[in-house]
Design a protein around this ligand. Structure first.
Ligand SMILES: NC(=O)c1ccc[n+]([C@@H]2O[C@H](COP(=O)([O-])OP(=O)(O)OC[C@H]3O[C@@H](n4cnc5c(N)ncnc54)[C@H](O)[C@@H]3O)[C@@H](O)[C@H]2O)c1
Length: 372
């Protein structure tokens, strides 16, 4: 890999967004709104999609990555294409010296991520991974108030509960290639767990397909609970569901020696009515990630640009993407084998370049044994 490109100071950072789908549109709109960025290209395999999103955000449409990389004004690239393309696009961009903000997950296969890390070597430091929830203002404040090397406002941390429920299940075609609930959905919560309590030592998962015929048909879960134990002994419970009648359910509770820190759901209105008849907020929870995490996506992109410009390390970086995927693999194994799985077991398997678990196993077997 060549040297990292120096980012020219005194002009906006030249950016390209690959993928003009759901998340590509979010990043393109965030880029267009940030004064520190010049959004130069939106690229998509479907030309009409690239043209629509480029036009909406004052950029040009590209049909290929080569076209984007031929433009010397492009300093950095956002990869928002489907997961199987991520590692290839990361490597092609990084070898030109440019930085990449890549959507989660890095890939579905841990051995493939480790092989890419070996090829990238130190240039892996040019990659940031899109775990946007770290940048949510409420979650970031909760993290800050937990403290760091010095205990924060609630003293020693003992337990964390992360609740993450989507409003409705995705289509069966999406589930069929998503690599299981753990790699697709819980991966955000695995990263948040590491962000809150540090490295994880072991994983225990249970779940089932309780309501979604699509999940059942492809051998995936629609309901899961995962317990993590951190290297320092903190317990983290992650509660996931692919549906929630009351809206997008995104909460975190951190329980410590001296108290509890909590982030509750965002509502579409913060105004509450109190009368003699009762008390009523009369507002629903945010519908889904596009609105709930709008501020987080903007802050994430700003953090990427600032670090790229100032030559600072990216956080979350490539290794954070790798570690979150390792937890997803451990959770899947725990579910299948009905036991607690240590993260070391998963690491060892990946290091020897074991055949892809996905290739070997085919669709995820469905197990409903609860053992948490
Ligand atoms: N961080 C988050 O909150 C978040 C939310 C949604 C999706 N994601 C991730 O973002 C990625 C994309 O998801 P999405 O929901 O936006 O998908 P999507 O299907 O809505 O959009 C993907 C786009 O990529 C284009 N595309 C496909 N193959 C391509 C290729 N080889 N080259 C160029 N363009 C190509 C498609 O035409 C489509 O427009 C996935 O990895 C997903 O896990 C992250």
């Amino acid at each position: 890999m060549g040297e990292a490109r120096a980012v020219e100071q005194g002009r906006p950072l030249g950016l390209a967004v690959l993928g003009a789908g759901r998340i590509g549109q979010v990043h393109a709109a965030a880029a267009a709104a940030l004064p520190d960025i010049e959004l130069r290209w939106v690229q998509d395999a479907v030309p009409a999609a690239a043209e629509r999103v480029a036009a909406a955000n004052g950029a040009r449409a590209a049909g290929t990555l080569e076209e984007v990389l031929a433009d010397d004004g492009v300093d950095a690239v956002v990869v928002g294409t489907p997961t199987p393309t991520h590692l290839e696009f990361i490597e092609r961009v990084v070898e030109t010296g440019r930085r990449v903000l890549c959507e989660k997950p890095l890939h579905l296969d841990l051995a493939a991520v480790d092989a890419a890390a070996r090829r990238l070597g130190p240039a892996a430091a040019r990659v940031m991974v899109g775990f946007n929830r770290r940048f949510d203002p409420d979650f970031a404040e909760l993290r800050r108030r937990m403290g760091g090397a010095e205990a924060g406002e609630i003293g020693r941390i003992e337990q964390v509960v992360i609740t993450s429920r989507d409003p409705a299940p995705p289509p069966q075609e999406y589930l069929a290639v998503s690599g299981s609930i753990f790699r697709d959905m819980t991966i955000h919560d695995f990263d948040m767990a590491r962000n809150l309590v540090g490295e994880i030592a072991s994983v225990s998962a249970s779940g089932g397909a309780l309501f979604d015929v699509g999940a059942r048909a492809v051998g995936d879960l629609d309901t899961a609970m995962t317990t993590l134990t951190s290297a320092s002994g903190v317990q983290v419970l992650i509660v996931n569901s692919r549906h929630s009648a009351s809206g997008y359910d995104q909460r975190i509770e951190v329980f410590g020696q001296d108290g509890t820190l909590r982030v509750e759901n965002h509502r579409t209105s913060r105004v509450r009515l109190d009368t003699a008849a009762g008390t009523d907020q009369g507002a629903v929870w945010e519908e889904f990630f596009l609105t709930r995490y709008e501020a987080a996506y903007r802050a994430e992109l700003q953090s990427f640009v600032t670090a790229a410009r100032e030559g600072l390390p990216f956080s979350p970086g490539f290794d954070d993407g790798r570690q979150a995927l390792a937890l997803a693999v451990a959770a899947q194994r725990s579910l299948e084998e009905g036991r607690v799985v240590t993260v070391n077991e998963v690491d060892t398997a990946a290091e020897v370049d074991a055949p892809s678990e996905l290739d070997a196993a085919g669709p995820t077997p469905l197990t409903r044994e609860a053992h948490v």
